[in-house]
Design a binder for this molecule. Structure first.
Ligand code: C2E
Ligand code: CA
Ligand code: CA
Length: 398
């Protein structure tokens, strides 16, 4: 790990010094600022990789500093520390995330070396970088978007979904990446809404489904193993609900690629499902009748009620990563995860947690009875042609 520059903002000189020693012992390079002016000055001249903010300070408090960092478009990692208790720390963390800042995690006082080590480790970037920050606010031209679809510039990467109990891989989620000729690889959050607005989503979905189905068929042929075949999950946007032929189209693509609908999960976000609950009910029922699985995605981030959820024929529920990533440090997140697992189980649904980044979170999920998970702990999304080698590697190491 290259030496990370860590800037500490803390009015308590003793605490800052203690934290500085701990950082040095972990191979980082610390500097201390005792007030906001010195802090912002050092950021400009030293550009730290991480800043460590104390929330409670006499003049300008940590929450104001968070606002200012957001205004200045600060893009390094942030660790929030304080002795005020976990609920307040957690609220400050959420505020920073909502301001678009990159929060590495929270560090309660007194500082624990093991926690600090974990945070430093966590702040190293995972997997191949996908530009979303710099392309998020970009306005795509109609020509760009039309080309994306016409020239099939949107390709898939696949992330394993595994059993919490023993990490056995059950299937993969297909995630779209736009290989833009000038701007490189673009993450879906930066182009899916634009494609939807341009009315191109139907076409993109067809391409994505065809690519995922044919890839799965090839994988299951070459993996040639004795257990159940692998499955694939594809994300649908709200546009799918509005297409009259959607069910026939997916069904047709399945037979074209020679795979059984039972191996396919279609993921629909809670928000899309609730936007038009009547349409969703009809579409999901027809998909289920044909043998497809359907998952409610990003569960917990929308506004569905339990009654609405139980009316719709989903057979899988995916807990959003915004609850899973901070699970270890947020009691509130744990409460949401636990009640979603309980709800899912009592409705007879499979429960999948996304965004599992560490062992302790996986242990927790397993303990409370969550069925499956995905996340960087086991693998980041990878190109289809790498999956077979990856599977061989993991089965050897198990
Ligand atoms: P999603 O369905 O919730 O997908 C999970 C996202 O979490 C993916 O981001 C994935 O790369 C990321 N992720 C996986 N493991 C971890 C982890 O351990 N920690 C963290 N922090 N993140 C993790 P991605 O690929 O950028 O996709 C973003 C969203 O774009 C997806 O969210 C999905 O809603 C949408 N999307 C992706 N592909 C398609 C597509 O083909 N069609 C449609 N309509 N939407 C898509
Ligand atoms: Ca999904
Ligand atoms: Ca999600």
């Amino acid at each position: 790990m290259p030496e990370r520059r860590v800037l500490i903002l803390d009015d308590d000189a003793g605490a800052a010094e203690a934290l500085g020693f701990m950082l040095e012992s972990l191979g980082a390079q610390p500097r201390v600022a005792q007030d906001a002016e010195a802090f912002f000055g050092t950021i400009r001249e030293w550009s730290p990789d991480i800043v460590c903010l104390d929330l409670v300070m006499p003049r300008v408090d940590g929450v104001e500093v968070i606002h200012r960092l957001a205004e200045e478009g600060f893009d390094a990692g942030i660790i929030i520390s304080s002795g005020v208790g976990s609920r307040v720390l957690d609220a400050a963390r959420r505020a920073a995330v909502e301001h678009g800042l990159r929060v590495v995690g929270t560090l309660p006082k007194p500082f624990a070396l093991s926690r600090l080590k974990e945070l430093l480790h966590r702040s190293t970037p995972h997997g191949p970088s996908v530009s979303s920050e710099d392309s998020e606010g970009r306005e795509w031209s109609d020509a760009d978007l039309r080309n994306a679809v016409a020239e099939q510039q949107i390709r898939l990467v696949y992330q394993p979904k595994f059993r919490c109990r023993n990490r056995e891989v059950r299937g993969f989620e297909a995630l779209a990446r736009w290989h833009h000729p000038e701007h490189g690889i673009i993450a879906p959050d930066a182009f899916v809404p634009a494609l939807e607005q341009a009315g191109l989503m139907g076409e993109m979905t067809q391409q994505v489904l065809r690519e995922a189905f044919c890839w799965l068929d090839a994988l299951n042929r070459s993996a040639a193993r004795s257990g159940d075949p692998y499955t694939v999950a594809v994300n649908l946007s709200a546009a799918a609900l509005r297409s009259a032929d959607f069910v026939e189209d997916v069904w047709g693509l399945c037979s074209e690629c020679g795979i059984e609908p039972q191996l396919i999960t279609l993921e629909l976000t809670e928000t899309a499902a609730m936007e038009d609950a009547k349409q969703a009910l009809a579409l999901l029922t027809r998909l289920r009748m044909k043998g497809f699985h359907v998952a409610i995605d990003d569960f917990g981030t929308g506004y569905s009620s339990m009654a609405q959820l139980s009316r719709l024929p989903f057979d899988e529920i995916k807990i959003d990563k915004s609850f899973v990533v901070p699970a270890l440090e947020s009691r509130d997140s744990q409460a949401i995860i636990k009640s979603t697992v309980d709800l899912g189980r009592s409705l007879g649904l499979r429960v999948v947690a996304e965004g599992v980044e560490d062992e302790a979170t996986l242990d927790y999920l397993n303990e409370i009875g969550c069925d499956q998970a995905q996340g960087y702990l086991v693998a980041a999304p990878m190109p289809g042609e790498e999956v077979l080698d990856w599977l061989r590697g993991t089965s050897r190491s198990r």
